[in-house]
Write a protein that binds this ligand. Structure first.
Ligand code: TXA
Ligand code: MG
Length: 316
């Protein structure tokens, strides 16, 4: 592969043509940049795994432009209806049983009988999906195990030269991957905390979400513990840095930030912190020093932020 094309929202038809021809195109969503391939083209999907260096047992999310496109792929139900009405387009992925004649490559589902589907909130992304006219499989557009990308520059740094194009639509507003809810079993289950807080989902469903059965790899295949890893070591729940650490703060802090340190949200706003999380980890990681991270409240979007931070800090 030679140069990666830098495309803008005006180039949606070009990006769609590249996808339909079996190429990889990274595109902005409101959560993180996705690395897209035509979900019906097994060779194209295989190149996602190869390009990311992703373990082959980890299934992918099929991105679609609207509910009607999702319903062609999966067996819809009342829970899906309620959640899609409330939160699509948006940072929510639903896992449902595959429908006969779905046409999606087995490499997308990694052989499961369910499919993860999502309608992204980014207008440009939906325009792209409409122009493709079918599902686009897309994991986050980073080398496997590295920090997720929230700008086109992050994608270039990780995958430049290895993919056909990047559809640049600015920084991602949410900054955390979608919340994944399993709707293929007897009761709705939270498979991954993410950019939509659990309590909002529970309000719409009128019931609590079951916790993922961590002993069962099928309920969240491929959620590797060491993931989202910066090159540097990460230390959590720190009130101040020690030795040569740089500080990633949150809210009002007793420690005064020094040059190089960053605060995810000086005013203690979890939404702002989520939007900044991966970008700030990228920036601190470039300094090459170990990273000390302030405690983040375990509520609302803080649950997903802490999930990503624990993975970033996991031994590898
Ligand atoms: O916000 C997002 O969700 C981003 C953007 C690009 O849309 N995508 C993303 O994809 O985070 P990825 O591949 O990094 O994460 C997909 C997750 C995996 O952890 C996988 O285990 C889960 O979705 N998944 C996919 N299909 C599944 C299925 N059939 N059953 C259970 N989990 C599934
Ligand atoms: Mg990812």
């Amino acid at each position: 592969m030679t140069d990666t094309l830098h495309l803008t929202p005006n180039d949606v038809p070009h990006a769609a043509a590249l996808l339909r021809a079996g190429n990889l195109v990274a595109f902005a969503t409101e959560t993180v940049y996705g690395l897209g391939a035509d979900a019906r083209n097994g060779v194209a999907v295989a190149s996602i795994y190869a390009t990311k260096g992703r373990p082959s047992f980890n299934p992918l999310i099929a991105h679609v432009a609207n509910v009607a496109m999702a319903q062609e792929l999966v067996q819809w139900n009342d829970w899906a209806d309620a959640l899609a009405q409330a939160f699509w387009p948006g940072p929510l992925t639903l896992v449902l049983p595959l429908r006969e004649g779905h046409g999606v490559s087995e490499l997308v589902t990694a052989g499961l009988t369910t499919l993860a589907v999502r309608v992204p909130a980014q207008d440009t992304a939906r325009a792209l999906l409409t122009a493709v006219g079918g599902p686009v499989a897309a994991p986050s557009a980073n080398p496997s195990g590295k920090i997720s990308p929230t700008t086109a520059d992050h994608v270039t740094a990780g995958l430049g030269g290895k993919i056909a194009a990047i559809l640049d639509d600015g920084p991602c507003a949410v900054g955390l991957e979608s919340t994944i809810v399993g709707l293929a079993g007897p009761t709705p289950m939270l498979l991954r905390p993410g950019g939509l807080a659990q309590d909002k989902i529970e309000q719409v469903l009128g019931q609590t979400l079951a916790a993922r059965d961590t002993a069962d790899p099928l309920t969240a295949p491929g959620q590797l513990l060491s993931h989202y890893a910066p090159n540097a070591a990460v230390r959590l729940n720190a009130t101040s840095p020690v030795n040569d650490e740089v500080m990633l703060g949150f809210g009002a802090m007793s420690y005064d930030l020094k040059a190089g340190d960053l605060n995810l949200s000086p005013r203690g706003d979890l939404g702002e912190a989520a939007a900044n999380l991966f970008g700030y980890l990228h920036r601190l990681d470039m300094l090459g020093a170990p990273i000390a991270v302030a405690p983040i409240p375990q509520q609302g979007l803080g649950v997903a932020i802490n999930d990503r931070l624990h993975r970033a800090a996991a031994p590898r």
